[in-house]
Ligand binder design. Structure first.
Ligand code: ADP
Ligand code: MG
Length: 356
């Protein structure tokens, strides 16, 4: 019918004015959009279809469906999806504050008050996703967006391009690892670098082994040791990544680096949240190295320090939450629900009211 045809051929340009660029990824550009009727501002993620083959496009569409189906105040909402011959358009809730990355980079580090507010948002979003059977798998300050540049602000998790629905792959979500996480004397951070961009970007829903994309990992394929029981319909790899490692060096969990069972399970997101918390409080990366391999080796060993230069002003409660999240054994790591119960998050009144 004419109505069906109208739906099938509706164009994003008919519904939205496309404006300035807000951000860029490996296969996607995010631009500002304005609803032609309501004048509401949105963000539109424009994904180049040519970057994907037919099967990969199925993954993109599947992930898009997941995003459309979920709704939480700490997850960027997908309002609508459009498609043209060459592009897919995700109409997203606009987050005008930009990336948490830039907020922290310009502030150096956050007060405990603000860090606690941000982490409550991040972990609430994770708690929701995990309750829906979804792991984000790429939690980092570039993928945490803010509602405004000025405080108080709210944060939302974005870029579910690597999200994985763990309910349909039978992943037990547990790994047995040597637990060596809590020894901060193992390394010094003499060369501790400030937060820097990793230079890699991830594409929305890009379950691809694409040699042309920006590599996030330079690790050999792990076909033999990849988590078993991962169904073909859900397995993804980092866009441009090699093998089955997913995520970003510096943020990925030890069980992901070591390809242990649990790489697709919720605890891996809590590790990354621990890295984010560490950065918010100190302005430094807990896991770093001259190259990705060194960074990943330190991650696998849980080898991080809390140098007194940055950490002596940090409260014991905040330090205890960092340690509970950066715990090498995923079975002993705090869950999202447990982290939300941690006094530093659950009881903001206990935080110092000092602005710094
Ligand atoms: P990719 O999958 O390519 O990494 P992202 O979804 O992370 O793409 O988006 C790339 C960048 O675009 C983000 O880092 C952010 O700067 C910007 N961006 C993404 N979504 C929004 C949004 N809803 N509102 C404002 N800016 C956004
Ligand atoms: Mg991204």
């Amino acid at each position: 019918t004419a109505a069906l045809k109208a739906v099938a051929t509706r164009r994003v340009e008919d519904a939205y004015e496309l404006g300035e660029r807000l951000g860029e990824g490996a296969f996607a550009t995010v631009v500002r959009g304005t609803d032609r009727v309501s004048r509401e501002a949105v963000a539109i993620k424009v994904i180049r279809k040519e970057a994907f083959d037919d099967r990969e496009m199925e993954f993109v569409v599947r992930e898009t469906a997941i995003m459309k189906a979920i709704s939480h105040p700490n997850i960027v909402a997908v309002r609508d999806v459009y498609e043209s011959r060459s592009h897919l358009y995700l109409v997203l809730e606009l987050l005008d504050g930009g990336e948490l990355f830039d907020i922290v980079a310009s502030a150096g580090h956050l007060s405990e008050q603000r860090a606690s507010e941000v982490m409550r948002g991040v972990i609430s979003g994770l708690s929701y996703l995990h309750g829906q059977g979804i792991c984000h798998r790429d939690i980092k300050p570039e993928n945490i967006l803010a509602t405004s540049k000025t405080w108080p602000l709210q944060v939302k998790l974005s870029d579910l391009g690597m999200a994985h629905s763990h309910l349909d792959d039978g992943d037990p979500g547990e790994g047995n690892t040597a637990d060596g996480a809590d020894d901060d004397t193992l390394s010094t951070m003499s060369s501790g670098r400030s937060v820097t961009r990793d230079g890699a970007s991830t594409a929305m829903s890009a379950p691809v082994h694409s040699a042309s994309a920006t590599p996030q990992f330079s690790m050999p394929p792990a076909s033999a040791s990849a988590p078993s029981g991962v169904s073909a319909g859900t397995q993804q790899s980092a866009p441009g990544g090699v093998g089955h490692l997913i995520g970003t060096p510096g943020y990925v969990a030890p069980e992901v680096v070591r390809r242990l069972p649990g790489a697709n399970a919720p605890p891996a997101d809590l590790w990354s949240a621990g890295v984010v918390l560490y950065i918010l409080l100190s302005g430094k990366m807990p896991f770093f190295g001259r190259d990705d391999a060194e960074c990943l080796a330190r991650t696998a060993a849980g080898d991080y320090a809390m140098p007194s230069r940055e950490w002596r002003r940090v409260s014991p409660a905040a330090v205890s939450l960092v340690r509970g999240l950066l715990c090498v054994d995923p079975a002993k790591r705090l869950t999202a629900a447990a982290a939300l119960q941690h006094p530093w998050l659950a009881d903001p009144a206990t935080l110092s009211a000092s602005p710094l």
